[in-house]
Design a protein around this ligand. Sequence first.
Ligand code: ZN
Length: 135
Amino acid sequence: MRNIEHIGIAVKDLEAANKTYRAILGSEHYKTEAVESEGVITSFFKIGESKIELLAATNADSPIAKFLEKRGEGIHHIAFNVADIEKEISRLQGEGFTLLNETPKPGADNKIVAFMHPKNGHGVLVELCQERPEN
Ligand code: ZN
């Protein structure tokens, strides 16, 4: 694991949250991106080498909609930047952790990602992310 790539925050209203985080961070978000397969729309802010990823649901079946229903707005996941995601997945499995997806899948912001079950992280959903290889 290299560094915290981003912190994901589940929000109800992306426009309102953009406004809030623009005021907190003193900078403009640099990207809005939908991840259709996850039913989410994301907005990214840079803060040093890390980012804030705001996540809003695009449909009622979205994992974000379910999270908001259960827990309300707040921190949804912490994402760690890794050099070799396949290697990190095997390493974590070797440590006895449960991955929600054992094969990396496309994520927002040009990444491939894998998630680790929150029960493994003392209640925190952990995301591994690697820069998407050029092809
Ligand atoms: Zn994320």
